[in-house]
Design a protein around this ligand. Structure first.
Ligand code: ADP
Length: 433
């Protein structure tokens, strides 16, 4: 499922960027190609101007000048005097058959395209030239063709200049190939990048999903035990004589209460996950709250033969803007744990201090202590250290609930070693959050 979503997101992400990149590349290619074409056409027109001006000024047209012009622009020149081809035409590098086919084709195209008005050419030294593009049907090549007509008295000089577009076409083909290559490389990188990027995006979702699955598995596991006891007790109760039924009913009630506690814890955590954790803040006397907690746990501590003390500052504490029930819940979790994990004759101390707008509440015991490795995990849901697994009524949810409550108060929660042994659980609460 995750892999499928990952691949789909990669395809979507890379697909959109690839489409944008291809559209932009094609637009650039189009602009660049038309620029190349226009440049070549303009330079051809310029050369035609030069050739025409020179021909107008020259009284004798030298072969040397013609071949120089041909070499300069990579052109093919045909010169005709009153329609009679010049001797020069025979020297052009094209094969004999091609040479005249090309000339005839270009002149036919010229005559087709331009109407030549011979009536207005009676003035000596009148000249004009035209340029156009045409495709030779003989060799399927494209050419720029320029035709210059110069009138010198009674003689009419006609020059046909052909410039092959082969080089331009090759340049454009090379440019297109370069673009395709660059685009292929870019698409590969885009897909790789999108795969890594979407993987990173999805990671928290995957972790969350794994946590949820583990949470549901642990919750089901914890619920299964009391449920099994309830079912078996109910069965025994039905078969037992009425004077023995009370024992089973008591077990059913005890396990039912255990389940109810667990369900309450699960609901608290679920509401914190859904941001529906209700915090009703009000100005609270934390010292009074601590005394109340102390009194609630005094009997339990005595039962376990634990020495339980409370330390309050001599000065009156300022009021803390917090949810007294929730903070009381955190202190109860700490005290319940301290009593559970401290052997008989141990010591537990509950204290509060205030400094620079921050209250510090701590519960110190000299019990079994917590290893550094476990310290990192005890705030995780359903985590219970191996040695405390057998402790009844502990689901490994207390500290994770405490963590959520303190987080919603913008406070901090932690644990450190107590000296010489045992643990110290503490919370720091801002005076107002
Ligand atoms: P539990 O319901 O199991 O106590 P908690 O989330 O409250 O769950 O605590 C998680 C684990 O942290 C406990 O299982 C226990 O291993 C350890 N722990 C908590 N408080 C103490 C303590 N005061 N001394 C030693 N270990 C503790």
């Amino acid at each position: 499922m995750y892999k499928k979503v990952h691949l789909r997101l990669t395809a979507l992400c890379a697909g959109i960027t690839t489409a944008i990149m291809i559209i932009m590349s094609l637009s650039y290619l189009y602009v660049s190609e038309s620029g190349l074409y226009k440049n070549q056409y303009n330079s051809f027109i310029n050369d035609m101007n030069t050739i025409t001006t020179n021909l107008e000024q020259q009284s004798i047209i030298s072969m040397e000048w013609l071949s120089k012009m041909e070499a300069q622009g990579n052109y093919t020149l045909f010169v005709m005097d009153n329609g009679v081809p010049f001797l020069y035409n025979q020297l052009t590098s094209l094969p004999e058959s091609n040479k005249y086919t090309l000339l005839n084709e270009s002149l036919a195209a010229y005559n087709n395209m331009f109407l030549v008005d011979t009536s207005s050419t009676s003035t000596p030294y009148v000249s004009y030239h035209v340029e156009f593009e045409f495709t030779s049907s003989a060799n399927q090549e494209k050419y720029f063709c320029g035709v210059t007509n110069i009138e010198k008295g009674s003689s009419q000089l006609q020059v046909v200049v052909l410039s092959s577009l082969n080089a331009l076409r090759q340049q454009i083909t090379e440019q297109r190939l370069r673009f395709i290559l660059i685009n292929i490389i870019a698409i590969i990188f885009l897909f790789l990048f999108s795969y890594i990027f979407t993987g990173k995006l999805l990671k928290p979702i995957l972790v969350n999903q794994q946590k949820q699955t583990a949470f549901i598995a642990s919750a089901s596991h914890e619920l299964r035990t009391p449920l099994a006891v309830i079912l078996s007790s109910a069965e025994c109760c039905m078969d037992a004589p009425s004077d023995k039924q009370e024992k089973f009913l008591k077990t059913i009630k005890k396990e039912g209460l255990r389940m109810s506690l667990l369900v309450n814890d699960l609901l608290t955590l679920s509401s914190s996950d859904n941001q529906r954790f209700s915090i009703k803040k009000k100005p609270t006397e934390l010292d009074t709250l601590l005394i109340n907690s102390y009194e609630s746990f005094e009997t339990l501590a005595k039962e376990k033969k634990l020495s339980f003390s409370i330390d309050l500052p001599n000065d009156t504490l300022p009021l803390c803007n917090c949810d007294p029930d929730r903070i009381s819940q955190v202190i109860s979790i700490f005290l319940h744990n301290a009593i559970s994990y401290t052997p008989e004759n141990g010591k537990i101390n509950l204290s509060i201090s205030y400094k620079k707008g921050c209250f510090s509440i701590s519960v110190i015991d000299n019990g079994i202590g917590i290893s550094d490795e476990e310290k990192k995990k005890i705030f995780d849901r359903f985590y219970r250290a191996e040695k405390s697994r057998s402790t009844k009524g502990h689901f490994g949810l207390g500290l994770s609930i405490a963590y959520e409550i303190i987080k919603s108060h913008n406070g901090t929660i932690g644990v450190k070693d107590a000296l010489p042994n045992g643990s110290e659980f503490y919370i720091n609460l801002p005076i107002s959050y």
